[in-house]
Design a binder for this molecule. Structure first.
Ligand code: NAD
Length: 590
């Protein structure tokens, strides 16, 4: 097998990709963790695709970019019109088409069609136009796609595992055509973005997240497996929809749910080995915390809603220190919203403060105040709180309204993770500005309509003194002749590079220290130019470079902690990360 990038030329033989092959060193084709010897395996054949079937194989199809020589050699003559286009020209044409679509969902469908037709062109488009296409293949458009999944559904993507497969999940995993899987993104569809329970239609999320793993982190597409676990849905609208694609029953809970997830996690490890990364995505918070706690010591698991969010927000705050001066431990943090995002962020920042200042984490937590739908978390409420909220319930009188909490606590950092829009009112922001020279305000709730305040409000109500970041993008704001470009705390800054770092080093467990170094790595990529505009995050245009940097730092930490199994440790980890990254450039076929 050749080494890619149009080098010596390859036969379009099924399976086994370029850089992650033996050369890249991240591939474990038939290594120690593929399967145990007594396991049943699917009979697997390797064939050479040609002619009509080659044009219909998205891994190898190049459409009009097949050269005359390739058309001759692979029985394509007559199956294509005469013109031969370069990949660049194909890309240009597709982007013109894409921009002509008025409706975001049409763009999403066009991208999905392309992915099914010509995988390399899909990734080339996504990588070269990442800022424009990220909102198409991921949030916000993917949310609408999930809501309408039943009607736009054409060909199944990913693997569906439902309660019907109980007792045979291992067999179902073996039905997936690719064998060398490195990352699984799995959802049970119970809390899709801010849209609630979408049941089986949540599949759009793992599919979208994994396309970002490839485009932004360079994990090869054939190593990515999207999975939806269907335990039913409590969404009445879907249950009554004759076209609903999932199980028509209420969600299984308790033992039945736990047993299915346990069987899934065991089957995954049995089939793919110790180093398979399982990313939990958009589970409702009661299950999200439970699954992470349960499997973090036995599997390589990562929850992007909890850990990825925490890591990206910590990066933003570390980066803001360049504007506010001082150290993390100088700050007092107030969160509106004490769920997966809020408590996950608070946990990681408290850990960072504890490590940096050598104080116990319990002590560091005293700098954090969280508000949920019932008001400030205080010790008198402790008994009735969910376990993940309890560490944040401090000694204080109960307070219900956010403005009263702000005035009582006088935070320097205000973070919105409630999922409820317009909660950072003029009073709240003005209060922040009255006792902070540069109040740090993060309105993280998505989508844009649910943001706690807009960028314009934050800058205007603080007379241009706020340092602002949000979960959804906002346009730059002009205030008093100065242009402010708000930063977006997008999880896509962290998880692709983080995952690549785990994979390329053969790391077997996620340790919190890996999240801390990922945050530092991201913060270190913010340029002076960004700071001048008030931006806390680097430009997305450089995302592959940023991901390589994060991957290298994560891998380095994993080696230091003895969690990395791929030996010897590469000398230059950034260079190694870059060399492991999937390239979407067409290869030549002999
Ligand atoms: P969640 O359901 O786990 O938590 C929501 C929390 O908000 C709960 O504690 C709830 O009690 C509280 N809450 C609800 N209504 C409230 C109100 N009126 N006042 C005060 N608190 C209230 O949800 P989550 O996963 O933590 O996500 C929360 C929000 O954060 C979502 O909008 C999500 O899109 C956003 N988010 C942003 C990013 C990012 O910017 N990178 C990442 C993850 C989540």
């Amino acid at each position: 097998m050749g080494s890619g990038k149009g080098s010596g030329g390859d036969s379009p033989v099924a399976e086994i990709d370029d850089k992650f092959g033996v050369g890249g060193g991240v591939h474990d084709t038939y290594g120690e963790d593929s399967a145990t010897e007594d396991q049943l395996v699917t009979p697997w054949t390797i064939s050479v695709a040609s002619g009509y079937s080659l044009l219909r194989d998205p891994h190898y199809n190049k459409g009009l970019a097949f050269t005359e020589k390739e058309r001759d050699a692979h029985y394509l003559c007559g199956l294509l019109p005469p013109a031969v286009l370069s990949q660049e020209l194909q890309e240009k044409k597709l982007m013109i088409n894409m921009r002509n679509y008025q409706v975001p969902l049409q763009r999403y469908m066009a991208m999905m069609d392309l992915q099914e037709r010509n995988e390399r062109l899909f990734y080339k488009l996504l990588i070269d136009n990442v800022q424009e296409l990220l909102p198409v293949v991921y949030t916000p458009t993917v949310g609408e796609a999930c809501q309408k999944y039943g009607s736009i559904f054409r060909r199944p993507q990913g693997l569906f595992i439902s309660l019907k497969e109980k007792g045979k999940i291992l067999e179902v995993l073996k039905n997936w055509p690719e064998k060398n899987i490195q990352v699984i993104v799995v959802t049970d569809g119970e809390r899709i973005l801010g849209l609630g329970d979408l049941g089986c239609q949540g599949m759009g999320i793992p599919v979208g997240k994994l396309s970002l793993y490839t485009a932004l982190g360079g994990v090869r597409p054939s190593a990515c497996l999207p999975i939806t676990i269907d335990v039913g849905t409590n969404n009445e609208k879907l249950l009554n929809d004759e076209f609903y694609i999932g199980l028509k029953q209420n969600r299984a809970t308790g033992q039945e749910y736990d047993d299915l997830l346990e069987e899934f996690m065991s089957a995954v490890k049995q089939n793919y080995g110790e180093k398979i990364l399982v990313q939990f995505e958009d589970f409702a918070n009661h299950n999200a915390f439970k699954l992470l706690d349960k499997y973090r010591t036995t599997h390589l698991v990562f929850n992007d809603d909890i850990q990825g969010t925490a890591s990206v927000v910590l990066a933003g705050i570390v980066s803001a220190l360049n504007l506010t001066g001082g150290i993390l431990a100088d700050h007092t943090f107030l969160f509106l919203g004490a769920g997966e995002a809020g408590t996950g962020i608070a946990d990681l920042i408290a850990l960072e403060i504890s490590k940096k200042t050598d104080i116990p984490v319990e002590e560091a937590r005293k700098k954090f105040w969280l508000v949920d739908s019932k008001g400030l978390l205080v010790s008198s409420r402790k008994e009735s709180l969910q376990h993940f909220k309890q560490p944040w319930a401090h000694e204080h009188e109960p307070i219900k309204d956010l403005i009263d909490v702000v005035n009582a606590i006088k935070p320097t950092v205000l973070i919105g993770t409630s999922g409820v829009g317009r909660q950072f009112t003029k009073d709240v922001i003005e209060a922040m500005a009255s006792f902070n020279e540069k109040p740090l305000i993060m309105a993280l709730s998505n989508p844009t309509s649910q943001a706690e305040c807009t960028a314009e409000e934050a800058y205007t109500w603080t007379e241009g003194r706020a340092i602002f970041a949000s979960g959804s993008p906002f346009d730059p704001v002009e205030y008093n002749g100065k242009c402010f470009a708000p930063g977006q705390a997008n999880n896509a800054y962290i998880f692709p590079g983080f995952g690549l770092g785990l994979i390329m080093s053969g790391t077997i467990r996620v340790h919190d220290d890996l999240l801390l170094v990922a945050s530092e790595a991201l913060a270190s990529q913010v340029s002076e130019e960004c700071y001048e505009k008030g931006q806390l995050f680097p430009s997305f245009a450089d995302i592959r470079k940023i991901s390589a940097h994060i991957a290298a730092q994560v891998a380095a930490k994993a080696y230091d902690l003895g969690l990395a199994s791929r030996l010897p440790r590469p000398k230059d980890l950034i260079q190694f990360a870059e060399s492991c990254m999937y390239s979407p450039i067409y290869r030549s076929y002999r």
